[in-house]
Write a protein that binds this ligand. Structure first.
Ligand SMILES: Cc1cc2nc3c(=O)[nH]c(=O)nc-3n(C[C@H](O)[C@H](O)[C@H](O)COP(=O)(O)O)c2cc1C
Length: 195
């Protein structure tokens, strides 16, 4: 897809680590889609509940829900993961999804990924995001190092319609979306972070 400036819109798959209808993390992704609409075409994955629990004995044939998820990942230029924190780590459904995707190695190797997260707690999903980073390090995904976005007390930052109204959070999310667009371009051109 081309923007008015003739640049290509990058396609991003948003994955929320929550199945809750009113999930703050899914709302965050919807907001990112809105804020980044000039640079990204962000689609939020809504079928994570169709992905079964991973079992090496059930990989052949690959379950339909997994094929569907893998196709969505394959088609995307990048992944934006929004994770809640459960018991100081990422939720099981997110780890399960990453494990399934990782069994087709080429899917995550070199894939640009950005991680954000929201919680009703006070620490903003720091440990959950660290866990996602650690897991993705095993897959060869290119995880954007900065900027990070840790959203604490999420209930105060969204209005009753589910829209993000907190100015500082909107600004932080906008920064992430812009940086992620650049990050995707950098990976496409083979530019690697130093160090
Ligand atoms: C089993 C469980 C464990 C949780 N553990 C933590 C935690 O360790 N740290 C934290 O900040 N929030 C914790 N929470 C709160 C969730 O992060 C919070 O409910 C969040 O809003 C859920 O994400 P969602 O709104 O996208 O569904 C926990 C919630 C559940 C259900």
């Amino acid at each position: 897809m081309n923007t008015s400036e003739g640049e290509t819109l990058k396609s991003v798959l948003g994955i929320a680590g929550s199945l809750r209808r009113a999930s703050y993390n899914r709302r965050l992704l919807n907001e990112a889609a809105h804020l980044g609409r000039e640079e990204l075409r962000l689609r939020v994955y809504e079928e994570l509940d169709q992905v079964p629990l991973f079992n090496e004995e059930h990989e052949h044939p690959i379950p339909h829900g997994v094929l569907h998820l893998r196709e969505a990942v394959r088609a995307a230029d990048g992944l934006l993961i929004a994770t809640p924190e459960y018991n100081q780590s990422m939720p099981g459904i997110l780890k399960n999804a990453i494990d399934w995707i990782s069994r087709e190695e080429a899917l995550l190797k070199g894939k640009p990924v950005a991680i954000i997260g929201a919680t009703i707690g006070s620490w903003g999903t720091r440990l959950a995001q660290a866990a996602v980073r650690q897991t993705l390090a095993a897959t060869g995904a290119r995880v954007m190092p900065q900027p990070m976005l840790f959203i604490a007390r999420a209930g105060e930052r969204f209005d009753s319609d589910g829209r993000l109204h907190d100015v500082a959070t909107v600004s932080g999310l906008t920064e992430v979306v812009r940086a992620f667009r650049l990050w995707i371009d950098m990976q496409a051109f083979g530019v690697r972070p130093r160090g």
